[in-house]
Design a protein around this ligand. Structure first.
Ligand code: C2E
Ligand code: MG
Ligand code: MG
Length: 686
């Protein structure tokens, strides 16, 4: 019996009653007012049981919260469709599509709601399910193979054929031995059987064999199929070809362990290999050595010929080094121009020196790259196991210290690490930190050493010399910290400070009315870059100084960075009105050919020649030659480091113009220098 809502016209309800679609109505508060036969069939409640109850009793246990029917009571939202969860009388929850419509009376007032439900089928009919399963098997990109209780193949899929090369016809009736490579783990079959007797599948990686004989790694899962009586009727293996994965893994492995340019082991791999070797050397009281090899001036090759050329050179170098070594020696490239060799079996410390020499010799013959001939050389630092360290990191660090030491001496060759080097390296490191601090904390100061004319005895100039008032160590001489600053690049900041400070002092003196003689400032080769003229201009402008109030002392070492480039920068500085002086002349690379090209107006004879005057014949001859040459080039000659009157007389007789040395005065602070100038202190010339 179906109760009919008064509001619905009898005919309309009769039709609804018969419809195969579950339909129910409710009033505006959610109480059921009608219930058709299809609703009864779906939910299992008769109309009598359902009508009059609140619609919530049909909701699945935890779906009451979203209460869609009640939300849908809003007029104007009629006809919406949604997916909901409901519960049957049997207690079973099910998913349904719900369509809701608002019912109106003749005056368009809402009367209630009409809900139409249809169950969303969760399961497939058996024939569809089978179709689905077989298409999943067939389309899978994993190979699938099914065997019967006698272990004969009864079914394979398309991927099986793609991977193994066997067609279904070829495989059916055979056993899985068809794919055996013979390199399975010894107890492979036993393992599989054991797994089948148990509950889970056997899973693992094995090597299979394709029809063409090729072996391939596969990842396999083998499971048993049992009948209702629990007997194994079939087994199926699902496998995938993981050779691509393996190849990628191997490539990755290679990339992380080997240098892509030379194919040599890289730093990581070197550490691994040598760590193991050292551990065994420790057990056998063996010796070992690490040779850190840096190419000399390799960056110049890169700069001149380009990176591809540089790469080709590195490849050839690595070949030569490899050939010079024994098979058991480890050669590796750490990047750039850094190669490292581990000798794992040396009987004496000296033997590693012999190997180093062999490597240097191997690099001697000219390299030919794309028809261009290049020479190269290297510095090698050696640390020996166990004396210089017992682990790779320490040995590498020490070999590095030794090679750095060689490099600062601009020398190729090899050098053994020593404890004293380590000490020096530590001190340098500490010094660098302190020097940075000194710059920030204004611990630096300029002293001025007068230059006097050898004609008049008057002060005609001064050299600004940097001093470091260390808070605990007292006054530190530049000879101690300038080389560290050069090595670390700190010289750029330091040099800027010196320029600023000298200009500031000159401007203070000028404003106080002092007749300031020409002040010269030392420049490091590293400061000598194309932007130097611009920087100089800015400082001069800032202190409103004419360029002629400053002279720059440069050394021949700046030629190391390329003579032509250096000459261009010099020309720019001279064009601004600055004077240039060649410092320490005779000690460096002294290329007289270049000296003619340099726009310098002053030459300083180095103290090392002055020292031997007048007793040492050689020094006297050199001094004479330098003076003669400078006179021809019309350069002023300053002799530095003059301590005795004999030296003064000799050099004056030669024709030197100026003297700088302790004979007249050491470098003194700005205040003291000002006093010397104001009181017109003179050098007695006799
Ligand atoms: P330098 O430019 O050749 O400076 C001359 C050095 O000789 C100074 O040493 C000076 O004090 C010393 N000297 C002068 N007359 C005599 C003498 O009669 N006897 C002896 N024994 N020595 C004398 P200092 O000040 O120790 O400077 C050493 C070097 O440090 C300088 O050699 C220069 O290359 C470098 N230096 C000094 N100040 C600076 C600077 O501000 N910047 C740069 N880049 N280098 C600087
Ligand atoms: Mg100087
Ligand atoms: Mg000098």
């Amino acid at each position: 019996m179906t109760s009919m809502p008064q509001e619905l016209r009898p005919n309309a309800w009769r039709i609804i009653e018969q419809l195969p679609v579950p339909i129910l109505t409710m009033d505006m508060s959610g109480y059921l007012t009608s219930w058709n036969l299809a609703a009864q069939a779906l939910f299992g409640y008769t109309a009598q049981e359902a009508i009059g109850r609140h619609v919530l009793f049909l909701y699945a246990a935890d779906s009451a919260a979203d209460d869609p029917e009640l939300i849908e009571l809003q007029p104007g939202t009629s006809g919406s469709v949604m997916e909901v969860w409901r519960r049957k009388k049997s207690g079973e929850n099910f998913k349904a599509m719900l369509t809701l419509s608002v019912l109106h009376d003749d005056t368009q007032q809402p009367l209630g709601l009409l809900a139409q439900l249809s169950e969303v089928s969760q399961t497939l009919p058996p024939q569809d399910r089978q179709k689905l399963h077989s298409s999943i098997i067939e389309d899978s990109d994993q190979g699938i193979l099914i065997t019967d209780a006698c272990e004969r193949i009864v079914s394979v899929n398309a991927a099986f054929t793609t991977i193994t090369g066997y067609t279904a016809q070829e495989a059916l009736g055979q056993t899985a031995d068809l794919l055996r490579s013979g390199v399975h783990p010894a107890d492979f079959r036993a393992q599989v059987r054991a797994a089948m007797l148990g509950s889970g599948p056997w899973q693992g990686e094995i090597i299979g064999k394709r029809k063409n004989g090729e072996l391939f790694p596969q990842s396999v899962s083998i499971s048993a199929v049992r009948n209702d009586a629990g007997q194994v009727t079939h087994a199926f293996s699902i496998f995938s070809d993981i050779s691509i994965l393996r190849a990628a893994e191997e490539r990755m492995q290679h990339l992380t362990n080997f240098d892509s340019l030379t194919g040599l082991p890289n730093r990581t791999h070197f550490h691994q290999v040598v760590d193991v070797a050292l551990a065994s050397a420790r057990r056998h009281d063996g010796y070992g050595a690490i040779l850190a090899l840096n190419l000399r001036r390799f960056h110049a090759v890169n700069d001149t010929f380009g990176h591809e050329f540089g790469d080709a050179l590195l490849r050839q170098i690595s070949q030569r080094l490899r050939e010079a070594l024994r098979d058991e020696d480890v050669l590796s490239r750490f990047g750039g121009d850094e190669f490292v060799v581990a000798l794992l079996d040396v009987h004496k410390r000296e033997h590693s020196g012999i190997v180093a020499q062999k490597l240097l010799t191997a690099l001697k013959p000219v390299f030919n790259i794309e028809g261009v001939e290049v020479h190269t050389s290297a510095s090698i630092g050696i640390s020996v196991f166990p004396e210089d360290g017992t682990d790779v990191a320490t040995l590498l660090h020490h070999a590095d210290i030794a090679v750095k030491r060689l490099k600062t001496e601009e020398d190729s060759g090899y050098l053994f690490y020593s404890l004293e080097m380590d000490q020096k390296a530590r001190e340098r490191w500490q010094l660098e930190g302190e020097l940075r601090q000194a710059l920030a904390d204004r611990q630096l100061q300029l002293h001025y050493q007068p230059k006097v004319s050898l004609r008049s005895g008057k002060i005609v100039g001064a050299e600004a010399l940097i001093r470091w008032r260390h808070p605990t160590k007292g006054m530190i001489a530049p000879g101690f910290f300038i080389p560290v600053a050069e090595e670390t690049g700190l010289i750029l900041d330091l040099g800027d400070w010196v320029l600023q400070e000298a200009c500031r002092q000159i401007s203070v003196w000028r404003r106080s009315g002092l007749e300031v003689p020409l002040i010269s400032v030392n420049l490091s080769a590293r400061q000598f870059d194309p932007l130097l003229p611009t920087r100089m201009q800015a400082v001069l402008e800032h202190y409103q100084l004419p360029a002629a109030s400053l002279q720059l002392e440069i050394t021949e070492s700046l030629l190391m960075r390329g003579a032509e480039a250096a000459i261009q920068i010099m020309n720019a500085l001279v064009a601004m009105g600055l004077a240039l002086s060649m410092d320490d002349f005779g000690t460096g690379y002294s290329s007289l050919a270049y000296l003619k090209k340099f726009p310098i107006n002053t030459l300083k004879i180095d103290r090392s020649f002055v020292m031997g005057i007048p007793a040492d014949q050689n020094d006297c001859a050199i001094a004479r030659a330098i003076v003669t040459m400078a006179q021809q080039l019309r350069q002023e000659i300053v002799a530095e480091g003059i301590e005795t009157r004999e030296q003064m007389r000799f050099l004056r007789a030669l024709g030197c113009d100026q003297l700088q040395g302790f004979l007249f005065s050491p470098g003194v602070d700005a205040q003291a220098f000002e006093t010397m100038v104001r009181t017109q202190q003179r050098l007695a010339l006799d």
